[in-house]
Design a protein around this ligand. Structure first.
Ligand SMILES: Cc1ncc(COP(=O)(O)O)c(C=O)c1O
Length: 430
């Protein structure tokens, strides 16, 4: 790891958690320089829903490159973009009766969030937006302001303003509907909360600890937005593109967001790509008003179209994701129920599942041990207390079960070690 330590900025993060040099990858398996294999339950934090180097998607990309298709094109009209838009419309939007315009912001998730927030403020002329406890929307200034974790916002070096945080579903306990609170403060001019331009929400908070909002809460949130004429932005960057079992995570909920942000697995191949879906009447951008150099990632258009063609023409992929999600959930529940020595619980939807260890140190020990035994996962939540499992959606059932069984053994081993160490410490202190 010498050159990385010597030359790469101190800001690097994931390579500290997984200190090895990776070389190749295929499907749900990563391989390092020494040829050691790892099962990937991280998937680039949900970027590789269709697996590493998906062979069919790769073929389309190689063919495009071979034919001298345009790689960089600013936001010029290109054949790759034309075909992507036609496919998105035909396979995703039309069958779901969704009517959206498509904006290509810069290629990362935070670029999409910036564009969405800026547009909402421009349309309404209002300054603030509502975001939620434990929400995560990226680290550039506008989206960072909507990211809940204090240490992350502090890195801005200036006050992150223009955001009011409201408790997410379940934050105040299962019996308290925090949308009622939101409705109350927006109804009352004496509440101190200004009428916001928008509400930005994740249907399942990924980085925040796999917190799953109930459908009823999300529907109520939509009603509150409609009542107060506030724009509803669903940030589907982590849990969109099939992660929960449907292309958009809000489909099963039955809400109709005004703006949707997508990124991560959108390109289908791990290439940087994001977009903003905007209800047509809200597409109030002036030409060039939110422009930039990288607004037409043609390679990503090609691979994203391939992913839609391959996986979203019918329900079979959705069905398999739901089925594998159920396998994950039942195995994690078995892990939680078997370990009475620790307070473990499970939550998630589809193939994003979290094992809440209620203890950041324990979760950290588990993922580090997992890495040493060939399984890659990370933690989430304010204290890093939740083990977040995000395997590629295309993983075979056999490999999924192999990874889950490995996790089961590792959790048992780490908890046993932790408990016996506590007993030894207790004995020594007597
Ligand atoms: C819900 C959500 N929004 C936004 C982002 C930011 O995306 P990026 O890291 O590509 O800027 C993330 C990244 O994890 C995310 O999970």
């Amino acid at each position: 790891m010498n050159i990385f330590n010597q030359l790469e900025s101190n800001v690097r993060s994931y390579c500290r958690l997984f200190p090895t040099v990776f070389k190749t990858a295929q499907g749900a398996i990563l391989e390092n320089k020494e040829g050691q294999k790892y099962i990937d339950f991280l998937s680039g934090v949900g970027t590789l829903n269709y697996g590493h180097n998906n062979p069919q998607i790769k073929q389309r990309l190689l063919h495009y490159l071979e034919s001298d298709g345009i790689v960089h094109g600013l936001d010029l009209a290109t054949v790759a973009k034309e075909e992507f838009l036609e496919t998105l419309d035909a396979i995703i939007l039309k069958p779901r009766q969704l009517n959206y315009k498509v904006q290509f912001p810069g290629p990362t998730g935070t670029n999409a969030v910036e564009a969405a927030l800026k547009l909402a403020r421009k349309i309404t002329g209002r300054e603030t937006v509502i975001a939620f406890s434990n929400g995560y929307h990226g680290v550039t200034l506008g989206s960072l302001a909507t990211t809940a974790k204090a240490s992350q916002r502090a890195s801005a070096g200036i006050p992150t303003t223009g955001v009011t945080f409201i408790p997410y579903d379940g934050y105040l306990g299962a019996d308290i509907d925090t949308t009622e609170y939101l409705d109350k403060v927006l109804s009352d001019v004496g509440s101190g909360v200004s009428l916001p331009a928008a509400v930005i929400v994740e249907t399942i908070q990924g980085a925040g600890g796999v917190n799953v909002a109930s459908f009823e809460w999300l529907r109520s949130l939509e009603r509150v937005c409609r009542k107060h004429d506030v724009i509803l932005i669903v940030d589907d960057i982590q849990v969109g593109c099939g992660r929960t079992g449907s292309f958009f995570s809000f489909e099963q909920v039955g809400i109709s967001p005004d703006i949707v942000t997508l990124s991560k697995s959108l390109s289908g191949f791990g290439l940087p790509f994001s977009l903003v879906l905007i209800k047509p009447e809200l597409d109030q951008w002036k030409p060039g008003q939110h422009s930039g150099t990288f607004r037409g990632p043609n390679l990503a258009f090609v691979t994203a179209k391939a992913a839609l063609d391959l996986y979203w023409q019918d329900d079979s992929f959705s069905t398999s994701v739901k089925h594998k999600g159920a396998i994950m959930q039942s195995c994690l529940e078995q892990i939680a129920n078997n370990n009475r020595l620790a307070d473990l619980s499970v939550r998630g939807r589809g193939m994003i599942q979290g094992l809440d260890c209620k203890d950041g140190n324990l979760a950290d020990k588990i993922i580090r041990t997992a890495f040493s035994k060939g399984l890659i996962m990370e933690t989430a939540g304010a204290q890093g207390q939740v083990i977040r499992c995000l395997p590629p959606l295309t993983v075979s059932e056999e490999l999924l079960e192999e990874g889950l069984n490995l996790l089961l053994d590792i959790v048992n081993q780490v908890i046993e070690e932790t408990v016996s160490k506590k007993l030894v410490d207790l004995g020594a202190s007597k």
